[in-house]
Ligand binder design. Sequence first.
Ligand SMILES: Cc1ncc(COP(=O)(O)O)c(C=O)c1O
Length: 357
Amino acid sequence: MIRLGTLDWGIAERKAIEELISGDNPILTMGLNVRKFESQFAKWIGCQYGVAVNSGTSAVITALNALKIKYECKDIWTTSLVYPAAWNAIQISQLTPRYVDINSETLNMDPSKIGGPFVLGVHLFGKPLRMDLRNDLIQVEDAAQALGSKIGNKRVGSFGAMGCFSFYVAHQITTIEGGMVTTNDKELADISRMLRDNGRICNCPICTLKTKGICPKRLTYDGERRWATDYVGFNLKPTEFQGVLGLVKMKKINKIVERRHQILQMYNDDLESLSLLKEESNEYICPLAYPIYVKHPMEVVNKLAKDNIECRGMFPARGDCPNAKHISKNSIMVPAHQNLTDEEVHYIIEKIKEAVT
Ligand SMILES: Cc1ncc(COP(=O)(O)O)c(C=O)c1O
């Protein structure tokens, strides 16, 4: 079966895990490797700060709660077509979602229809949401599907007040489960670190990064300095397993992004009339999967399954949003991950053409 996503598990990943668990007393809870991954990832995105968490959903929850604390926002404008984690994060954060219809060409919400001022913007399937055209708004970017996509030379996740990423299996890089918040705002980064750890303050300059993973002050901190925050936090911390896997992926990330982009171009060259992921001249798209417009989606998914190609129906739609509802009922997504061979991509294209005729 050609899967929609792959675990991307090789010798380097296995070695990293073996090294992590060797020794008598390994630190496996969040520590030095997570810190290193945070700083390498943030730098790659083009941000000063990275805050690692245990999933992409947790990244969006953390970012929205940090936004709520800093700006006291209540309503969040967001897209009407997305994987439901984005909507769930809004409601878990006790914010009110205001759904904006999509542009059927881009599958992203139409920036001109956003009432603002607070936005959870989603780059669906890797297509950059053009929030650079709405600098008047304060945005959390949900870039869970778009790691590596760019507008001009700037990577998504570095445009808004905060960016959110997922490292779940089918995503561009995977730590099995995992996520990250990126930001250039120190206050939002500090709040995010507190929120992922039950409100605990840990922004001491002598951090674990400089001390081989163990904080020398941990036993001498008084209660006030250790816990003094009113924020209602969570426990969303990742483990060192995610830290070491993330560091392995940072060595592979450029190749992964390049290969996914190549596969997108192969699809677009051959399936232009069905494509729902076209690239404008100032964009660079790194796809999560490849969405196509089809009249009878479940029939096509079943036909492709018989040809050993795993596909999925489109995400659900919400709100009074006719474009989103139409696309949700008339499209599917097919594999576009980095481990597909050229032969497999050609095979998928051929079988899609057969299935839609
Ligand atoms: C747009 C979007 N946001 C958030 C998430 C949640 O990520 P995770 O599955 O890592 O919790 C996903 C997952 O696919 C997603 O597509």
